[in-house]
Design a protein around this ligand. Structure first.
Ligand code: ADP
Ligand code: MG
Length: 392
């Protein structure tokens, strides 16, 4: 695996994908003004691709000769990164392709993964006021760590891979409806939340899940969590060759995630297994499955997540009956990550490994990593440490 031996001190080559439409439409400008100077300082080489349309990055990484690159980096929001993950997973050599170190530099309106990475990095990132500078610094430092992914399967036969979130109800509505306020940056979510609160609705369906407590790492055959080694390594400025080689060997051993492991925990057309929990209520304001700490720069929803491979899906759902005032308070608390300290009788949190949602009607929206998915029967399950991210 050439990528591993690029740990050796030599100029790194990044494939950098920029979405000029991301966020306030400033991604390209941000690249030249804020990112390029740090790349130059760190002696990082790159090839820049400015996308011209949606899904171009998806197709590009699906067909690209990846051996040319030490890492693939997106400059946009979470949507462009979602394209890269799914492009890699569509390759016939996905098992090795998905191990390519990936990086994300925030230039979108939804920068949840970038914000989460700086949270995991703690003090390393705290020196910088600006999220983009923090992330560029961490990228140049180049610590590569494993990251869990969640596969999403729909009854219509669609397969997607997700690194951030699955949402149904209030949150996906806000995400989609606020797209038109993209020029406001992340403030679009605050405005969208206020608009949605004024016309609060509920979503009917059956929610079931495999609780994390019902599985042990040994018995959850659909994860690759048997790997106990610490497989972190620095892809830049490391000069201890022996250490690098032992890291590289550890990484080699983890890259064998078999097709069986990516197969479904239970096929979608099969009944819900006995060790799953079926939620008694069938009317919700929102259902959210999150696998990073943040759902947006100001949406600190899962403070218990401290790394991108915590081997859990964090399920939050809000039952119908919550008042507008409570829901508003809940969202205000989320900004500070304090929502779990206060008691909200309609809000439930549970750590899980897989979930299934069977909506009773198809009107409503679902989102995967903030991207729209037609509302329907859907199942998600965790794949421990499937991808790798340059993190703090
Ligand atoms: P934001 O955080 O601002 O939403 P994203 O990275 O999520 O930024 O990108 C928004 C959407 O734009 C995503 O659906 C992505 O797939 C799509 N996209 C990527 N490149 C382009 C492009 N060149 N033109 C239009 N849309 C694009
Ligand atoms: Mg987006």
């Amino acid at each position: 695996n050439e990528g591993l031996y690029s740990c050796l001190p030599q100029a790194k080559q990044l494939l950098v994908l920029v979405n000029p439409q991301g966020g306030k439409g400033q991604a390209q400008h941000l690249f030249y003004s804020q990112i390029l100077p740090l790349f130059t300082e760190a002696a990082i080489g790159f090839s820049l691709v400015v996308t011209e349309r949606q899904n171009q990055a998806w197709e590009l990484v699906r067909d690209e000769d990846l051996s040319r690159w030490d890492a693939v980096v997106t400059v946009s929001g979470d949507g462009l990164f979602h394209e890269v993950i799914n492009g890699l997973m569509e390759r016939s050599d996905w098992q090795s392709a998905i191990k390519k170190p990936l990086g994300i530099l925030p230039a979108g309106s939804g920068n949840a993964l970038a914000k989460s990475i700086t949270y995991y990095a703690g003090n390393d990132a705290a020196d910088y006021q600006d999220l983009l500078t923090s992330c560029t610094f961490l990228l140049c430092k180049g610590l590569v760590v494993p990251m869990d992914l969640v596969s999403i399967t729909t009854a219509s036969g669609k397969h997607l891979f997700s690194f951030l979130s699955f949402a149904w109800g209030f949150i996906s509505d806000v995400d989609i409806e606020s797209e038109k306020y993209r020029m406001m940056g992340q403030a679009r979510f605050t405005l969208g939340t206020l608009i949605r609160l004024s016309s609060l609705r509920t979503y009917k369906g059956r929610l079931s899940y495999l609780p994390a407590a019902a599985t042990s790492d040994e018995s959850s055959s659909f994860t690759s969590s048997q790997i106990s080694q610490n497989i972190q390594y620095n892809f830049c400025n490391s000069n201890n060759l022996q250490h690098l080689q032992s890291c590289a060997n550890a990484v080699e051993q983890t890259s064998a995630v078999s097709v069986a492991e990516v197969a479904r925990v239970v096929p979608l057309d099969q009944p819900i297994p006995n060790n799953w929990t079926i939620v008694k209520e069938e009317e919700f304001v929102l259902v959210l499955a999150l696998y990073q700490s943040h759902l947006g720069e100001d949406l600190f929803i899962a403070p218990m997540v401290s790394k991108p491979d915590d081997n859990l899906i964090h399920l939050f759902y809000v039952k119908a009956g919550i008042s507008r005032t409570s829901l508003m308070k809940f969202f205000l608390d989320i900004e500070k990550g304090k929502h779990l300290e206060h008691s909200y009788p309609h809000v439930v949190y549970v750590p899980i490994k897989a979930f299934r949602i069977e909506p009773f009607t198809s009107n409503g929206t679902m989102t995967v990593d903030g991207e729209v998915l037609a509302c329907g029967v859907v199942q998600g399950q965790l794949h421990s440490r499937l991808a790798r991210i340059i993190s703090g």
